[in-house]
Write a protein that binds this ligand. Structure first.
Ligand code: KIV
Ligand code: ZN
Length: 514
């Protein structure tokens, strides 16, 4: 059996998905969950890209001790120095440095000759080697690069100190057979290739990312990169849950092992989906709502006679519990505590009593509180900005009638502690509410996206709203949940605005730790 290392880039390539904007608390929660999921390496961000990314990478490097934490850097001294400052607190500081090697990228993007690209790659890996023990070097757009050029540059970069060589299919262009051939060629022609691990990094533009990753593995890659739910640039990256389950279900074809804990898939997927606001399509392999649903009579009949007729994966394998115990009005704090442990949360005693209060409030309005409801409440409490001065909603009212202009009245407290109240109209209830909030908030706000969904089923289901906006020119996203759609909308709006204050405070706190 060959062991495959799993390199997760949900917090870097995944966070590059359009509209995704995680804050430090959310990144830390995802990082902790990735540790439970059993990834070997996690790419926590791109430290030189922003102060927020830098601080988040550093916080993760300081917190996560059982997984190697890495950060991305372009092939420049400045990026490498910044990455070192963020990662030096890690238990095993690891750098991921990249430079494009395809003719298209070298000519049009880098405007460098192939020889200049080799010189830059070699000198930056040597430079990084003075600081980092582990260095992954990526030949960006490797799948569209000349193979003999790849062989030349890889040999030199290994001599300069790289420990992992990654051959990304940056634009999701390659096919399994072709990608496999690239790995085989590199393995057979780079003389010092035995000194490093080979890594695959696939994008899903043609829907082939997981198939390409499997082909790379069969041709010598011992590290596979990807993201949870396959999120990432454009069509996304290889979905790690799909890759891990494919290896498990087709052990007969794939004699490979990983450290992945498959029963953590559901929770990891839910957490990433909730924090990023990127819903998982119902038909998505492994974790889509319909992945285990059998609709046609013939299939239902077959599954009832023997599950294996139409079911190749059992829900339990990926952590989907079929008989969930729902809580209700009469459930006490013991049952509640047990349940939240089962759901994988460990809360401080303050947060625990806050969560219990929120649960009790919900049971006044909702007969059965499901795992999905609790997951929503608990993730909100786990990542709320409790110690930050922020805008807080006091009360609101929206008047709507088909013959009237919708009007909202809102009262809130500003970060300075001043109560403010006003009213505005809009073409619809949400617009009236948002116009009013905007009038009360001093910040410059542009709403760019609004998504409303329900948590679970039933007419009494919780409403969940995700918004994206710019606040004083900074892109942020926010989420809110409540039984009423307007309350959820107001909460999501304020959650997004308040992130600006939270992010500033998080940066300050991290700086104070230097
Ligand atoms: O897709 C890609 O080429 C990347 C590199 C930075 C590794 O994400
Ligand atoms: Zn990528």
């Amino acid at each position: 059996m060959v062991h495959i290392n799993i390199f997760d880039t949900t917090l870097r390539d995944g966070e590059q998905s359009p509209g995704v904007n995680l804050n430090q608390l959310e990144k830390l929660e995802i990082a902790r969950q990735l540790e439970r999921f059993g990834v070997d390496v996690m790419e926590a961000g791109f430290p030189a890209s922003s102060q927020g990314d830098f601080e988040a990478v550093r916080a993760i490097a300081r917190t996560i001790k059982n997984v190697s934490v890495t950060g991305l850097a372009r092939a420049t001294k400045q990026d490498i120095d910044i990455a070192w400052e963020a990662l030096k607190v890690a238990s095993e500081p690891r750098l991921h440095v990249f430079l494009a090697t395809s003719p298209i990228h070298m000519t049009y993007k880098l405007k460098k000759t192939p020889e200049e690209v080799i010189d830059t790659a070699v000198s930056m890996v040597s430079y990084a080697k003075k600081k980092f023990g582990q260095i992954e070097w990526s030949a960006e757009d490797a799948s569209r690069s000349d193979l003999d050029f790849l062989v030349r540059i890889i040999e030199k970069v290994i001599d300069a100190g790289a420990t992992v060589i990654n051959l990304p299919d940056t634009v999701g262009y390659t096919t399994p057979e072709e990608y496999g051939r690239i790995f085989r060629y590199v393995r057979e022609n780079v003389p010092n290739i035995h000194k490093v691990a080979l890594s695959a990094h696939c994008h899903d533009d043609l829907g082939l990312a997981v198939a390409n990753s499997l082909a790379a593995m069969e041709n010598g890659a011992t590290q596979i990169e990807g993201t949870i739910n396959g999120i990432g640039e454009r069509a996304g990256n290889a979905a790690l849950e799909e890759f891990g389950v494919a290896l498990n279900i087709r052990k007969d074809r794939y004699p490979y092992t990983t450290n992945l804990v498959l029963k953590e898939i559901k929770r990891t997927s839910d957490l990433v989906s909730r924090f990023t606001g990127m819903a998982v399509p119902p038909n998505k392999a492994i974790i889509g709502k319909n992945a285990f649903a059998h609709e046609s009579g013939i299939h239902q009949d077959g599954v009832l006679k023997h599950a294996s007729t139409y079911e190749i994966i059992t829900p339990g394998l990926v952590g989907i519990q079929s008989n969930q115990l729902v809580l209700g009005k009469h459930s006490g704090s013991h049952a509640f505590k047990d349940k939240i442990e089962q759901l994988g949360f460990s809360l401080s005693s303050d947060k625990l009593s806050e969560a219990f209060k929120a649960f009790k409030l919900l049971t006044d309005k909702k007969k059965e509180v499901t795992d999905e409801d609790l997951f929503t409440i608990l993730t909100d409490i786990q990542t709320d900005f409790s110690d930050v001065k922020k805008y807080e909603l006091e009360a609101f009212q929206v008047q709507y009638g088909s013959a009237n202009l919708p009007t909202a009245t809102v009262a809130l407290t500003t970060p300075e502690g001043i109560r403010a109240e006003t009213a505005r109209t809009g073409q619809g209830s949400v617009e009236a509410l948002y116009n009013t909030l905007e009038a009360l908030i001093k910040e410059e706000i542009h709403l760019t996206n609004f998504k409303l969904s329900s948590v679970g089923q039933g007419r009494d289901a919780l409403a969940e709203v995700h918004v994206s906006m710019t606040v004083n020119g900074t892109a942020v996203s926010g989420r809110g949940s409540a039984q009423d759609v307007l309350e959820a909308s107001a909460k999501a709006f304020l959650n997004a605005v308040n992130r600006v204050f939270f992010n500033a405070k998080a940066i300050q706190k991290e700086k104070a730790l230097i």
